[in-house]
Design a protein around this ligand. Structure first.
Ligand code: IVH
Length: 683
């Protein structure tokens, strides 16, 4: 067997094993055998790259190396969608669309997949880059991670696409319910914090710096938009036809339907009538998805309605945030009535005692919900919450369950009033009321310490991975931890630490100062407040000085209220806390905020340029070009003057503008040249 044949054989076998593993969840060979074959193929492909298959399984091999994500500028900004919550709002949107064309137009509808948007870039049919939405202008290069998603085609074997030096398709990466349940079960077994919803889990996974993690967690993808530049043939203009066509070529596209009823034309072909967006048909479309949704094994949070003809969309234009040719109809949060079984009290990191209402399990938005916060004593009272009484609970895909209505317990026979404790259920110290909340004032309350430590190591705070609630409980029971600094200093704790914890703890020393401040768990100082405070004060030490010496300076900050300032003043005047801070500083945690470059890490490509738009365009509307100029740092000038750097000209450019441009020697560029100017890399 020659080298070429061996490469082909290995490729075929490994692709087969991958298929069996990911699709059938079955391993035909041991991990070791698999890895050895993979190594052999990698080595052969390194020596003879000309024989490597475009769909080689080596392209899916992830590395476990830590990698920072590269920022990549989007060729066309990745916009968001406007939302509608009622049929009336949808009809108003449709009227505005209809006004653009002066007639009815066909509308397509698709699930609004609840994940993260992604842009996949294929060069000559081969997946070259995958970029997250980021801030819409630039996103993170997550190519290696996206290659680990089973349904992402690494190669699109289709002449039209292979002929393109650049073919882009956008869509959503999400986590199916089954993968989500499996992942959270595993995390809980390992004592790790479970993800709140599939969307967060998908985000955490896609941004993981270890591609292997992505492979194991079973992410999926649905693709729904191809920039207009690809459109050449008649059928490619229709959203549903394009989705179906690409699906047939192995691309995991969105399920896209036309609003309206199917009718047969004279040639026995099915078409839809274009006069299609009345209330009745709209309600039919919504109901279609309301019925389908419980059967879907992935999360969706609404329906996206779009002008079906992709070419027509240009005329609708866009605001700087969202296109006008599409709208998202968001499902209302699901609600259900259930019976309260118990109310327990939980002590948080600031000593706040919060009631937790336990009820008969109810299925809501893809998960089984068993409990919800009872907030505080006033809330329990207002909602008539009593054991044996009924409540109505609401949950959307995003949010945590919320009690929305209490059903008067007198309506049910056997109910028991809830009595609020006078002493801390954990340490027995008296509870003190502040506003509507009660606080435990126990100096050494184990529940407070537990919550403080859990918060300190959590993802949005210091992100020290591998330390779970069970492990912390053991430390507290053994009396070997007193405060958060012990995690770095105590020799007795070291015996609990795996290599992973030690590495992650070392990395936490470069976590920015605003997250260190958040990690301290000061009452009312959440993640965004911490960021705001450090943006103004520059360092935690300066903040301490402001909080104790001139708190009025802090109140001036927009978004910082009196209760935050009082809480900061109390925290920073406690000697114990100041000692803790100086220990954390000595350990090497970041105490000073790094100043971010105002325009981000890279210079925007149109910075300092004034561009005047004139004429009618093919690929984008004038509004879209206007938005693009601004998003890429340029200025959109209204008339040609000596300050104009370029004129972006389409068809029928105004003759006076052309004359003036020629007089002043200003360069005239077309759409293609403009799009090349903002493209992240030249082909
Ligand atoms: S079309 C210009 N179609 O929803 C944006 N978006 O809330 C065109 N989304 O950013 C997007 N499913 O990430 C479109 N079938 C679908 C979608 C969808 C989910 C996401 C998308 C967008 C977000 C807006």
């Amino acid at each position: 067997m020659n080298t070429k044949q061996r490469i082909e054989e290995l490729t075929k076998q490994l692709n087969h094993y991958n298929y069996r593993y990911y699709v059938d969840h079955f391993s035909e060979v041991s991990d070791k055998e698999f890895d050895m074959m993979m190594q052999e193929l990698q080595e052969l492909e390194r020596q003879y790259p000309e024989y490597a298959a475009p769909n080689s399984p080596t392209m899916r091999v992830g590395s476990d190396l830590q990698q920072e994500f590269k920022h990549v500028r989007h060729n066309i900004p990745m916009l968001s969608l406007s939302n509608a919550y009622s049929v009336d709002e949808l009809l108003t949107w449709y009227d505005s669309v209809k006004a653009v064309y002066g007639k009815d137009v066909a509308i397509a509808y698709e699930p609004k997949y609840d994940g993260l948007s992604i842009s996949l870039i294929y060069r000559f049919g081969k997946l070259a880059q995958a970029v997250t939405r980021g801030d819409g202008v630039q996103g993170d290069d997550v190519t290696e991670n996206v290659k680990m998603i089973e349904r992402v085609p690494l190669y699109i074997d289709q002449p039209d696409i292979k002929a393109q030096s650049r073919f882009e398709i956008r869509g959503e990466v999400l986590m199916p319910f089954e993968s989500f349940a499996k992942l959270n079960k595993q995390r809980e077994a390992n004592g790790e914090e479970p993800f709140a919803n599939p969307r967060n889990a998908a985000a955490g996974t896609l941004k993981s710096t270890r591609s292997k993690v992505v492979r194991e967690r079973g992410l999926d993808v649905y693709l729904y938009e191809v920039p207009l530049r690809f459109t050449s043939k008649e059928w490619e203009q229709d959203q549903c036809d394009l989705m179906n066509y690409l699906f047939g070529k192995g691309v995991p596209t969105a399920q896209s339907f036309h609003v309206g009823y199917c009718v047969k034309d004279g040639n026995e072909n099915y078409t839809i009538d274009t006069d299609c967006f009345d209330r009745e048909r709209l309600e039919y479309a919504i109901n279609d998805f309301v019925l389908r949704r419980p059967l879907m094994d992935y999360p969706i949070d609404g329906i996206v309605f779009k002008v079906a003809n992709r070419r027509l969309r240009r005329q609708c234009g866009a605001t700087s945030k969202a296109p006008k040719w599409a709208i998202a109809y968001k499902f209302n949060a699901e609600r259900m009535i259930t019976t309260v079984r118990d109310v327990t009290f939980q002590v948080g990191r600031t000593g706040q005692v919060t009631p937790v209402v336990h009820f008969d399990p109810i299925p809501l938005a893809g998960t089984l919900v068993r409990k919800a916060t009872g907030n505080n004593a006033d809330f329990l009272h207002e909602m008539h919450i009593a054991i044996g009484g009924q409540i109505e609970v609401e949950k959307g895909g995003e949010i945590i369950p919320k009690i929305v209505v209490g059903v008067d317990p007198c309506a049910t026979k056997d109910f028991k009033e809830v009595t609020y404790p006078k002493y801390c259920p954990e340490c027995g110290a008296p509870l003190v009321k502040d506003g509507s909340n009660y606080y435990c004032i126990g100096e050494s309350c184990p529940a407070q310490l537990q919550a403080r430590l859990e918060h300190f190591v959590s993802r949005d705070a210091m992100n020290i991975q591998g330390i779970g609630p069970k492990m912390i409980e053991e430390w507290i029971n053994g009396g070997i931890v007193k405060d958060v600094a012990d995690i770095y200093e105590s020799e007795r704790l070291e015996t609990f630490f795996s290599t992973r914890i030690i590495l992650s703890r070392a990395e936490s020393k470069s976590v920015p100062a605003h997250r260190v401040l958040f990690a301290l768990g000061i009452r009312y100082v959440g993640a965004s407040t911490a960021k705001l405070l450090l943006k103004h004060c520059g360092s935690i030490n300066a903040l301490a000085a402001f909080a104790t010496a001139c708190p009025e300076q802090l109140i001036r900050i927009d978004g910082v209220g009196v209760s935050i300032v009082i809480s900061l003043g109390q925290w920073f005047s406690d000697k114990k806390n100041l000692e803790l801070l100086s220990r954390l500083q000595a350990i090497g945690l970041q105490m000073k905020e790094k100043i971010a470059h105002p325009s981000g890490t890279t210079q925007k490509p149109l910075a300092g340029l004034t561009i005047v738009i004139s004429g009618v365009f093919e690929q984008h509307s004038r509004d879209e070009y206007r938005a693009m100029i601004e998003q890429y740092g340029g200025k959109n000038g209204s008339s040609v003057s000596k300050n104009t750097n370029y004129i972006l000209a389409g068809d029928n450019m105004g003759p006076s503008k052309r004359e003036k441009a020629e007089q002043l020697g200003i360069e005239i560029i077309n759409e293609e040249q403009f799009l090349n100017m903002i493209e992240n890399e030249k082909l």
